[in-house]
Write a protein that binds this ligand. Structure first.
Ligand SMILES: [Zn+2]
Ligand SMILES: [Zn+2]
Length: 86
């Protein structure tokens, strides 16, 4: 048994997440893991749960937000390239 560090639930299926810094966190759910660990888009403040984009160490949820906030490097970010169906 292990206790979630976000909500305090003692749950038999609690799991650990090891971050790039080597820190180990314990959660009872992906929701609590995202609450604690997911980066937050600098432009619109949503939690980045998918891949998102990183520009010089700054996190954004999508290309639009990177372009809006991250200067000339952000301007290079695209979510999609090419034609869409007419
Ligand atoms: Zn929890
Ligand atoms: Zn965003």
């Amino acid at each position: 048994m292990a206790t979630c560090e976000v909500c305090g639930n003692d749950y038999w299926m609690a799991f650990e997440v090891r971050t790039v810094s080597g820190d180990v966190h314990t959660f009872d759910s992906f929701e609590c893991a995202a609450h604690r660990l997911a980066p937050i888009c600098e432009h619109c403040q949503v939690k980045v749960l998918g891949h998102g984009v990183e520009v010089s160490g700054r996190f954004f949820c999508c290309g639009h937000c990177a372009r809006a906030q991250a200067g000339s490097q952000g301007a290079e970010i695209r979510d999609a390239v090419g034609a869409r169906p007419a």
